[in-house]
Ligand binder design. Structure first.
Ligand code: DQA
Length: 179
């Protein structure tokens, strides 16, 4: 599944652009172990992400892949096109040094999301290779986790952007016009 939902106006320089990546087996959401992952399909989750991003005034693109290499390539290609990444790496969370290295390489602020509370489940799900390169992790809130991640990343990037703008203004403005 390759789902492109980039909001119109995304090329607007001011608009934050976030890439939302879903890892393996998440294309089966709705029918896959609903007692663990819920009833909502991935396309419904993506629709709610797009709706919330509209409310937040940000542009979002969502993609899903069952392939580790494809996820690595999408992360690599995000540089210059996106301001941040939200990723549910699914089972690759617990195995993939390649995805971790790709996130570290592009150095884009990244939020890790899990539908289930991985820390409450089997031992092998307790370790995340991604957590060490993410600004934070949201786990256990079901599809709401993606919406919380949108909000968290928007606030994080907004704060970063306004502090760098303030620094640039202070540098550029003549002393008399400084407040
Ligand atoms: C998951 C948790 C992972 O352990 C699992 O392999 C998944 C989904 C989650 O969203 O809860 O596929 O990332």
């Amino acid at each position: 599944i390759h789902c492109s939902l980039l909001t119109t106006g995304a090329r607007d320089r001011q608009m934050l652009r976030l890439l939302v990546l879903h890892g393996p087996n998440l294309n089966l959401l709705g029918t896959r172990e609903p007692s663990v992952y819920g009833q909502m399909s991935l396309s419904d989750i993506d629709k709610s992400i797009t709706r919330r991003s509209g409310e937040l005034g940000i542009a979002v693109q969502t993609k899903q892949s069952n392939s580790e290499g494809e996820l690595v390539t999408w992360i690599q290609n995000a540089r210059g096109h996106f301001d941040g990444i939200i990723i549910n790496p699914a089972a690759y969370t617990h195995t993939s040094i390649a995805i971790r290295d790709a996130i570290a390489a592009v150095a884009l602020p990244t939020v890790e999301v899990h539908l289930s509370n991985i820390h409450q489940r089997e031992e092998f799900r307790h370790h995340s290779f991604i957590a060490g390169v993410a600004i934070g992790q949201i786990a256990g809130f079901g599809p709401t986790g993606y919406l919380l991640a949108l909000e968290a990343l928007t606030v994080h990037l907004g704060a970063k952007r306004s502090s760098s703008r303030t620094r640039a203004d202070v540098r550029k403005k003549p002393a008399a016009s400084r407040r």
